[in-house]
Write a protein of this length. Structure first.
Length: 104
């Protein structure tokens, strides 16, 4: 990506329709969605694409993520190239051949 990263953000850098970047100051932007109120801006990245420049903002939250509930049994599934599905128990499922069965 053709981009430039601001790894640390300033306090009170969020504004309505504008954003304050270190060493650049306030810049106007077309805001596609509202900023999350309970989160703090951690870093910003300016990305250049063929359709224009974009600002990607990374937010941090003070909320903790709960641990996964431990169940009686868990199963891992992997979609692959040689087999349609491979499970963590060792079961391999071949690709369904709907077209060949319908041609017969």
């Amino acid at each position: 990506m053709r981009s430039f990263v601001f790894p640390a953000m300033l306090k009170n850098c969020l504004g309505c329709g504008r954003f304050k970047l270190p060493q650049l100051g306030w810049i106007k932007l077309k805001q596609s969605r509202l900023y999350p109120e309970e989160m703090v801006a951690k870093q910003a990245r300016i990305v250049k694409k063929t359709s224009g420049y974009y600002l990607m903002i990374t937010f941090t939250s003070s909320e903790s993520v709960p641990d996964n509930p431990v169940g009686k049994r868990s199963l891992g599934i992997d979609a692959g190239i040689e087999f349609f599905v491979a499970t963590s128990t060792g079961k391999l499922i071949k690709f369904p051949k709907f077209l060949l069965s319908s041609l017969r």
